[in-house]
Ligand binder design. Structure first.
Ligand code: GLU
Length: 441
């Protein structure tokens, strides 16, 4: 059965880049009728925060990316240590004692000699007595996985055939000196034991994948299918890494971006297919194919989310926004009309508040000097009694008759006097919503 996972580290808020990974894994699982696991990569006790776990769940729920179960790495440490013991027993795991400064020095020397900066495996030559002495002097060492120095190959769902020479990669550290299990080991044990069949993640993980394949094979697990999507850049191709903090999902939500706008964009951005506004998750699932994505960095402009949000809102029925409109204090009887009037004139739902304030309190009238008498005359002619969508027609016909004005010269001064704006929704619909006039009638 198809099983995917989204595996965030709870060390910050999730952002548009993480969302892409989450969405792709979600869509693959749902399309295949499989399982989507939310895996919390929290083996780093210092940087992982419970508040971020809660936050990322809220963010995924907001988007409708529901998971079938949650796994937490911090609760599975015994599994990782058991795997480490297995690797040790088969001679694929060794302790190394170089300090970061020493490693740095080694790398610099190698680079100076024009050689790739790969860990030289000096620790493999240490005798037991030497290790004991180093341990006594420096404390426990780190544990490295001994790679088989041959080519590692896989067919990547986005990048195609990949071949990496293991001799060009350092033996990865899987356990730190203080005993902390690192991501590479934890991830591999989880993917194997949880039956993960497809791993989609950012292309910054390609080298990890090479080493992970060997660890999975050493542990006798099944190697999943891997796909590495490109990383997002800014609109000019600039790196987003520093700006991702401001592109968190919660910021976007606060700015009024609608989930379907964000999801529709992310399900297509960087693929050979155009972005299409989808109405619901089902349509997104049907239209998704990871094979259509390219390896080139993907340009992302946050501004593009707003026209998509506006388009999405235009397609919404009143029922979808009823609660939100009620919360503004719009009387229930007028609420459907309020939505019909405003939905083509907003970018985000936040804009509803401005419209309601205008309808409720009236606008600061904009009246040109030459229109003063005209407006006074017209206002005096407002129909008595409750206003409905025929009132504007009746009223302006009478005003036209009485003043001889017509067309723009008739309608525009009235619009500006009543709404304070030269543009906006159909006045026939606006008039019955103007609470000041209702109160007076
Ligand atoms: N916690 C890792 C990350 O956020 C997960 C990578 C993976 O999908 O394996 O980068």
């Amino acid at each position: 059965m198809t099983t995917t996972r989204f595996a965030p580290s709870p060390t910050g808020y999730i952002h548009v880049g993480n969302l892409r990974t989450a969405l792709m894994n979600y869509l693959i699982a749902r399309k295949a009728g499989g399982t989507f696991i939310l895996r919390i990569d929290d083996t780093d006790p210092e940087r992982s925060k419970e508040a971020y776990v809660d936050a990322l769940k809220q963010d995924l729920e907001w988007l409708g990316l529901t998971w079938d179960r949650v796994e937490r790495q911090s609760e599975r440490l015994d599994r990782y240590h058991a795997a480490a013991d297995e690797l040790r027993a088969m001679g694929r795991f060794y302790e190394a004692f170089e300090s970061p400064t020493e490693l740095d020095l080694k790398r610099k020397k190698q680079l100076n000699m024009g050689r790739p900066p790969v860990y030289d495996r000096a620790a493999l030559a240490l005798s037991d007595a030497e290790k004991d002495a180093l341990r006594a002097e420096r404390g426990a060492g780190v544990w490295r996985f001994k790679l088989d120095q041959q080519r590692i190959e896989w067919n990547d769902g986005v990048l195609g055939d990949i071949s990496i020479d293991a001799a060009s990669v350092s033996d990865p550290v899987l356990i730190r000196g203080d005993g902390q299990v690192l991501y590479t080991l934890a991830s591999v044990v989880d993917d194997t034991e949880m039956g993960v069949t497809h791993v989609v993640r950012g292309s910054d993980h390609v080298t990890n994948t090479a080493t992970q394949i060997q660890i999975i094979q050493a542990l006798g697990g099944n190697v999943p299918s891997f796909a590495h999507h490109s990383l997002l850049t800014g609109p000019q191709g600039e790196s987003l890494s520093k700006r991702l903090g401001t592109l968190s999902l919660r910021d976007l939500r606060e700015q009024g971006v609608e989930p379907m706008a964000l999801l529709s964009m992310m399900a297509r951005l960087g693929s050979a297919d155009p972005i299409e506004m989808r109405a619901d998750m089902g349509a997104l699932i049907d239209g998704f194919d990871i094979g259509r994505f390219g390896s080139a960095p993907t340009k992302f402009d946050v501004a593009d989310l707003f026209p998509l949000t506006a388009r999405h809102l235009q397609g919404l029925d009143y029922d979808a926004v009823a609660e939100r409109i009620a919360a503004l204090g719009v009387p229930e009887a007028q609420a459907p009309l309020f939505w019909a009037v405003t939905r083509d004139n907003i970018t985000t739902l936040h804009d509803l508040e401005g419209w309601w304030t205008l309808f409720r309190d009236g606008a600061e009238p904009v009246i040109e000097d030459e229109d003063r008498d005209f407006i006074a005359q017209a206002m005096a002619m407002l129909p008595e009694g409750p206003l409905d969508d025929s009132s504007w027609g009746t009223w302006t016909a009478a005003v036209k008759e009485a003043t001889g004005r017509k067309g723009r010269g008739l309608f525009m001064p009235l619009r500006k006097a009543l709404t304070g704006q030269a543009h906006g929704p159909d006045m026939a619909q606006v008039l019955p919503l103007l609470q000041v006039i209702r109160a007076r009638s």
